[in-house]
Write a protein that binds this ligand. Structure first.
Ligand SMILES: NC(=O)c1ccc[n+]([C@@H]2O[C@H](COP(=O)([O-])OP(=O)(O)OC[C@H]3O[C@@H](n4cnc5c(N)ncnc54)[C@H](O)[C@@H]3O)[C@@H](O)[C@H]2O)c1
Length: 248
C-alpha cells in the first residue's frame, strides 16, 4: 500500500497506537504531521523519521489549534489527503451515579468534540486535494457497554455515529470516512488503566478472547493504513472492529 505523495495528519501521534500509525504511514511514503500535547515524545518521533515528518503541539479539543494544524500541514507538505483522529483520553473508573459533570464535559471535549472539530477543519484542505480519507479511532466501547466508563463509552459511541454522518456528508467530495474499533492494545493508555487495578483483570479477560491476548499497536495501525489507502476506495462509513473477536 504505497502512500507516496500523500499528506497525513495523525493526532495523538506521539505514542501508542498513534505512533504506530505514524510509522506505517511514513514507511509507506506519506509525509506526516504528528500532533499531540506530549511535545517531547512527539518531537523525538518526528526527528527520528526525518524530513517527511513534523511535530506540532495541538490540543484536539481546541478549534484554534485545529486551524493551526491544518495550516502547518499545508505549509510543510501541501493539501491534506489523510486525517487520523486518534487522540483520546480515559476516565476515572466511576459508575453513572459517581461521575462528575466536569469530568464528563472534559472527556466529551477531548474524545468527541475533537473529532467533529477535526473533520470540519480538514474538509477545505481535502477538497483542494480533490479527495481524502479520514479514520476515526473509536473502541469496543463504541460497540458494547462497559462498566464504570459512562463518559468513555458515550464518546466512543458518538465517534461511530459521527463517522457515519460525515461519510454521507462528504462522499460527494470523494472524502471517505471510516471508524476503527480496537479491543485491548498494549499501549501506555491501557498500561495506565491496568496498573491502577488489583491483580491482572485485563490480562485475565484477554486470555478468554477468541484471539487470547492484547494486540500490538501495529496490528491495529495496519487496519487504519488499509482504510486510508486507495485499496479501500469503495469503503466509507465502515465500523471496523479490530478486537481479537471480543465483540463477535
Ligand atoms: N489502548 C487500548 O487498549 C485502546 C482500546 C480501544 C481504543 N483505544 C483508542 O485508541 C486511541 C489511541 O489510544 P492509545 O492506547 O494509543 O492511548 P495513549 O494514551 O497511549 O496515547 C494517546 C495520545 O493522545 C494524546 N492526547 C491526549 N489528550 C490529547 C489532547 N487533548 N490533544 C492532543 N493529544 C492528546 C496523548 O498525549 C497520547 O500521546 C484512542 O482513541 C483510544 O481511545 C485504545
Amino acid at each position: 500500500m504505497t502512500m507516496a505523495g500523500k499528506v497525513a495528519i495523525v493526532t495523538g501521534g506521539a505514542q501508542g497506537l498513534g505512533a504506530a500509525v505514524v510509522r506505517l504511514l511514513s514507511e509507506a511514503g506519506a509525509q506526516v504531521l504528528i500532533t499531540d500535547i506530549a511535545d517531547a515524545a512527539g518531537g523525538s518521533l518526528a526527528a527520528e523519521l526525518g524530513e517527511g515528518a513534523r511535530f506540532l503541539h495541538h490540543d484536539v479539543s481546541s478549534a484554534a489549534d485545529w486551524s493551526a494544524a491544518i495550516k502547518a500541514a499545508e505549509d510543510a507538505f501541501g493539501p491534506v489527503d489523510i486525517l487520523v483522529n486518534n487522540a483520546a483520553t480515559t476516565q476515572r473508573p466511576a459508575s453513572v451515579e459517581d461521575f462528575g459533570e466536569e469530568e464528563y464535559r472534559r472527556i466529551f471535549e477531548v474524545n468527541q468534540l475533537s473529532v467533529f472539530l477535526g473533520m470540519r477543519a480538514v474538509v477545505p484542505s481535502m477538497r483542494k486535494a480533490g479527495a481524502g480519507a479520514i479514520v476515526n479511532i473509536s473502541s469496543v466501547a463504541g460497540l458494547v457497554g462497559q462498566r464504570a466508563a459512562i463518559g468513555y463509552v458515550a464518546t466512543k459511541f458518538a465517534v461511530r455515529g459521527m463517522t457515519k454522518a460525515a461519510a454521507l456528508d462528504l462522499a460527494p467530495y470523494n472524502i471517505r470516512v471510516n471508524c476503527v474499533h480496537p479491543g485491548a492494545i498494549d499501549t501506555p493508555m491501557l498500561r495506565q488503566v491496568t496498573e491502577a487495578m488489583e491483580g491482572d483483570p485485563v490480562g485475565d479477560f484477554c486470555r478468554t478472547l477468541p484471539i487470547p491476548r492484547q494486540a500490538a499497536p501495529k496490528e491495529v495501525a495496519s487496519a487504519v493504513l488499509f482504510l486510508v489507502s486507495d485499496g479501500a476506495s469503495f469503503c466509507t462509513g465502515v465500523t471496523m472492529p479490530v478486537d481479537g473477536g471480543w465483540t463477535v
